[in-house]
Design a protein around this ligand. Structure first.
Ligand SMILES: Cc1ncc(COP(=O)(O)O)c(C=O)c1O
Length: 405
């Protein structure tokens, strides 16, 4: 089993890190996250040992996840490319999100914190936080973007199964939520839910946030996804050519792709991250300093953004409804190491339906964009090894698929 994380910050020079984080305020970080997590958020050491209790909990929830060759998809697409899928959907909570939630909960409990506040879009972050909190003896309150709260009732129930309290965001519990509700805006967004969480933690000193995406330490904890993939490719004697994943805030893609970029530097044909054309952060956003939250309270970071006050439209892949992308992923996109591609919802969802008929896997709507990209890649290339990550299970998103069926 992989027993170290790759610190994604170590892949960038100190001068470039300084530029990205020049408005960062460490005291702000300490207000919201456990000390060990903040240390990792600042570290530039390449490798971080995974504590034994975290390794044990990784095992319990199903790490390492399989890397499988998608023979039937290859046949369906009539391609001679080889397609390998990293199956994060097989984790017991249903998505990769538990991979970073577990260490955050572990470090919070270790320093004596009592409760967790977290924001969630599609609900996957909330489910992961609820489970990670429960496994570490912590209470958990989740602000769930209202559109998903109403659409993804079963995922909300899953959080409640794990003992969390779930509120629709914008909520009446916070000033940020009440301000939006009084303006008649009730759809919500991950950025707004983040603002609600920040407000609650500021008022509860023994609480902390389990961050679901964007921040470097989340990508670092998720790096086990890419490191396992490298190990599994080595075991098969396979050298990857094309790497694909989807981006909301960029933590799954960063955790998966950055270790592969580091290992196979200069040998990859293409590294592709996919997004929704309704929220084209990386394809149409600006590379600029912007706030990570919806209220403009958090420190500005250098990243691709559509503007912190961008109000994303409702969509089925709610986990992609975020105005910005991880500073580290944004950096590699800006440098041209990673190429971003945006697709329409309908083409992505239809490709995922075809995929379920080929492989028997009902992928999360977020991963439908990855699946559509694989199809496009197979039109363009021959004889390549394509390695993609399926970030989550879509069995609780069947109503979304139902619209297209
Ligand atoms: C299943 C799934 N895949 C992908 C994403 C996007 O993740 P990230 O924000 O790390 O890009 C999410 C976010 O909620 C998700 O739930």
């Amino acid at each position: 089993m992989v027993n170290q994380w790759l610190n994604v910050r170590s892949l960038i020079s100190e001068e470039d890190l300084y530029q990205i984080y020049k408005y960062e305020n460490i005291n702000e970080y300490l207000k919201f996250h456990p000390v060990n997590v903040v240390e990792h958020a600042r570290s530039i050491e390449k490798w971080i040992d995974i504590p034994t209790p975290v390794l044990e909990s990784y095992k319990m929830i199903g790490r390492q996840t399989p890397l499988v060759r998608a023979y039937r998809l290859e046949k369906q697409l009539q391609t001679n490319n080889k397609i390998y899928l990293k199956r994060e959907d097989l984790l017991s909570n249903g998505s990769f999100k538990i991979t970073s939630a577990l260490p955050q909960a572990y470090y919070g409990a270790l320093e004596g914190k009592k409760s967790v506040f977290t924001e969630t879009g599609a609900g996957q972050t909330g489910v992961a936080a609820a489970l990670a909190a429960r496994l570490n003896g912590l209470d958990c309150k989740v602000f769930m973007v209202r559109t998903s709260y109403e659409l993804k009732k079963l995922r909300r129930l899953m959080m409640e199964m794990y003992g969390a309290e779930v509120l629709a965001s914008p909520s009446k519990d916070t000033k940020a939520g009440r301000a939006l509700l009084s303006n008649g805006e009730s759809n919500g967004s991950i950025a707004l839910a983040t603002s609600e969480v920040m407000e609650c933690i500021s008022e509860n000193s023994d609480s902390f946030n389990i961050a679901g995406s964007l921040l470097d330490f989340v990508l670092t904890y998720n790096s086990i996804v890419g490191l396992e993939t490298i190990k599994q490719l080595d075991e098969e004697g396979v050298q990857p050519d094309i790497i694909v994943g989807c981006v909301g805030g960029g933590s799954s893609f960063g955790g998966f792709a950055l270790p592969l970029i580091d290992r196979y530097k200069g040998q990859l044909t293409q590294v592709i991250c996919t997004e929704s054309s309704s929220i084209p952060t990386l394809t149409k956003g600006t590379y600029c300093y912007d706030h990570p939250d919806g209220e403009g309270l958090g420190n500005k970071l250098l990243m691709y953004s559509l503007g912190y006050d961008f109000k994303p439209p409702a969509m089925h892949a709610s986990g992609l409804r975020y105005h910005a992308a991880s500073p580290i992923v944004s950096y590699f996109v800006n440098k041209g190491f990673i190429e971003a591609k945006a697709y329409e919802e309908k083409e992505a969802m239809l490709s995922a339906i075809d995929f379920s008929r080929a492989e028997g896997v009902i992928a999360s709507p977020e991963s439908s964009y990855t699946i559509h990209a694989i199809k496009e890649i197979c039109h363009e290339y021959d004889n390549k090894n394509i390695v993609a990550v399926i970030t989550g299970n879509g069995q609780l998103d069947l109503e979304s698929y139902g619209v297209f069926l």
